[in-house]
Design a protein around this ligand. Structure first.
Ligand code: ADP
Length: 615
């Protein structure tokens, strides 16, 4: 009655890689199998605590590992939830978990694939094939009335499945070791691995009949009593991460809700590594019973990088996973946790600037995502943002709070400027008027930042304004003397408008320019030049220009402009070329010149004329 089935193509591909290219850190297969056993025990306990009947209710959930040097096998057995035939087929061969594809992609990019990654992608079972010539799974579902099954595979060529009599509840995974992996049949080797990775499993673990771990819910112990090492080990177990965490928050609150929480920030932001979207990493418990691992609504989405445990006595144990998704209680817990974590970040920024800087470098995108998507926490998130600023040296950042504290009394708003680099920001024509007036400008280099500022809108009662859209004039800080008369200036602007034609909306005299001859300003009230740039990048051929046509402002004191006014009356051909070039130069400065070919041809003609005048 044995039946041979095939692995789904992606699983087969994964297995081929696991079998043929993973040689380091092979020991983690034990951790993965134990972790699956613990999950199965958690699910059984959940079923029981919500009042459902299970097979062999008197058998406690536990995990036993057996290392057999004679048989060259290592077996990981659990008395957990078990699997029906359909579940065996589905879980161990058919369905590509969302992680499978991402894992394959990552492996394809790595020169030396690393087995450590396996656990992070939810493909842990297959890691057994790093060391196995054959894997046998005996399983019987905890649902009363279900028979048992034997699943066997050599990795290549599919798997066999057949009924198996007299199985106890749960799953036994028997790993028949390859010749080069026989060390894993030795009790002392397996013991070392279990102690390294699995001390914090919330169920008893036995090795060859003797008890190994002492089950402890580390999060429910008083903070002062938990040792640094224990935290690290717990994190290693929970986060499937070999590194120590970057930040840790362990706290208890009693009112309005009772919550115990232990939260970790990993050293690296895995989304930055191109591993796709991080799944939520915090598990929800009620009185030490797991209610849901990777709980979705427990924290706002922008905190999905956190790993850890939250335990709340206020949750009814028999709450169903579905109703929990949107219960008011979950929303309360969510809010309390996010608020507490934000406060913790603020404290860290204050007391340990180095740690905060590191955190910010890795995770700023999440905070910005929060500003854009989470109205409730927008204000506190604003406090955590950091930007370079015109009053601080290159590479150093400032907070909005510090900026506001520095504002002179005649400055009413907070100004920011998006630029590709620090040098470009300082040389930008948009910056000139602020520099002349002694107003600080935040320099933003991340294209997201402009949208973030728009969502944030204001900070400490001060509006946040894009420098380029601000109608600031030089006031009396810089002499307005010299340059064109008002009549000449308005004559020139009219003439320029006519010559540049339909590429420009309006040509005006500028009150903000010091060193540049001209500047592009958006006539559109909302659009900034960088937004227009993004629109231009995504527009399709034939779409026409993105947004409204821009305005040009000229500096009536700049020598190019004053000479242009004189020359246009004697050599209109040359003046037209120069006028168009001034406009194109301003577009370049704004990063908005679409196609430089016409401009380059004109520039060459101008060079030719300049040189000819000398020759
Ligand atoms: P993950 O455990 O990360 O989901 P795996 O590849 O390790 O991925 O396992 C695939 C699935 O097989 C699990 O999600 C689970 O449904 C099932 N499974 C694996 N081991 C066991 C076990 N010991 N008991 C019950 N189900 C298991």
């Amino acid at each position: 009655m044995s039946e041979r089935l095939h692995f789904q193509a992606e699983i087969q591909q994964l297995l081929d890689i696991v079998i043929h290219s993973l040689y380091t850190d092979r020991e983690i297969f034990i951790r993965e199998l134990v972790s699956n056993g613990a999950d199965a025990c958690e699910r059984l306990r959940f079923l029981q605590s919500s009042g459902q009947a299970v097979l062999q209710p008197d058998v406690d959930p536990c995990i036993s590992v057996r290392a057999d040097e004679q048989e060259h096998t290592v077996t990981v057995a659990d008395t957990g939830i078990g699997m029906t035939r359909a579940e065996l087929v589905e879980n161990l061969g058919t369905i590509a978990h969302s992680g499978t594809r991402a894992f394959l992609r990552q492996l394809a990019e790595e020169k030396r694939p690393d087995a450590k990654l396996i656990g992070q992608f939810g493909v842990g079972f297959y890691s057994a094939f790093m060391v196995a010539s054959q894997v046998t799974v005996l399983s019987r579902s905890g649902v009363p009335g279900e028979p048992g099954w034997r699943w066997t595979s050599e990795g290549a060529g599919g798997y066999d499945i057949e009924p198996a009599d007299d199985l106890p509840r749960g799953t036994q995974v028997i790993v028949h070791l390859k010749d080069d992996a026989r060390e894993f049949a030795r009790g002392d080797t397996v013991k070392r691995v279990l102690q390294r990775y699995s001390s914090f499993v919330q169920f008893p673990i036995e090795l060859n009949g003797s008890r190994l771990n002492s089950v402890q819910a580390i999060w429910s112990r008083p903070k002062g009593e938990v040792k640094e090492d224990e935290y690290h080990e717990f994190y290693r177990y929970l986060g499937h991460d070999a590194e120590v965490p970057l930040l840790r928050l362990h706290f208890t609150v009693d009112a309005p809700l009772s919550i115990q929480a232990l939260l970790f920030v990993p050293q690296s932001n895995w989304e930055n590594l191109g591993l796709g979207r991080t799944e939520p990493g915090v598990n929800l418990y009620c009185r030490k019973v797991l209610i849901q691992s990777h709980a979705k609504n427990l924290l706002p989405d922008w905190l999905r990088f956190l790993k850890g445990v939250v335990d709340s006595e206020d949750l009814p144990l028999n709450i169903s996973r579905e109703t929990m998704q949107d219960s008011a209680l979950m929303q309360k817990i969510n809010k309390a946790l996010a608020g507490r974590f934000l406060k913790f970040l603020e404290d860290t920024a204050e007391k340990d600037a180095g740690a905060y800087e590191k955190f910010y470098a890795e995770y700023q995108r999440f905070l910005k995502e929060g500003v854009a998507t989470d109205f409730q926490h927008r204000e506190s998130l604003g406090t955590l943002l950091r930007f370079e600023s015109s009053v601080r040296e290159k590479g150093k950042v400032t907070s909005l709070a510090d900026y506001v504290a520095r504002m002179p009394s005649d400055q009413k708003e907070v100004y920011y400027l998006l630029a590709p680099t620090r040098d470009a920001a300082e040389a930008s024509p948009y910056f000139e008027v602020f520099k002349a007036r002694g107003f600080e400008v935040l320099f933003l280099f991340d294209p997201w930042d402009e949208f973030v500022m728009e969502h944030l809108h204001a900070f400490a009662g001060k509006n946040l304004r894009p420098a380029e859209k601000t109608n600031l004039d030089l006031g009396d800080k810089t002499s307005q003397e010299g340059g064109l008369s008002d009549d000449d200036a308005s004559g020139l602007t009219r003439w320029l408008k006519e010559k540049i034609g339909d590429r420009v909306n309006d040509v005006r005299v500028s009150k903000r320019l010091v060193d540049s001859p001209a500047v592009i300003l958006e006539s559109d009230q909302v659009l900034t030049s960088s937004m227009r740039k993004i629109l231009q990048a995504v527009k399709r051929e034939g779409d026409g220009p993105a947004g409204a046509k821009p305005d040009l402002e000229i500096n009536p004191r700049h020598v190019v402009i004053t000479r242009l006014e004189a020359v246009r009356h004697v050599d209109e051909g040359l003046a037209t070329m120069v006028g168009e070039q001034v406009f194109d130069n301003a577009l370049v400065a704004a990063g908005l010149l679409d196609d430089p070919r016409t401009m380059l041809k004109r520039l060459n003609d101008l060079l030719e004329r300049t040189l000819a005048a000398r020759g």
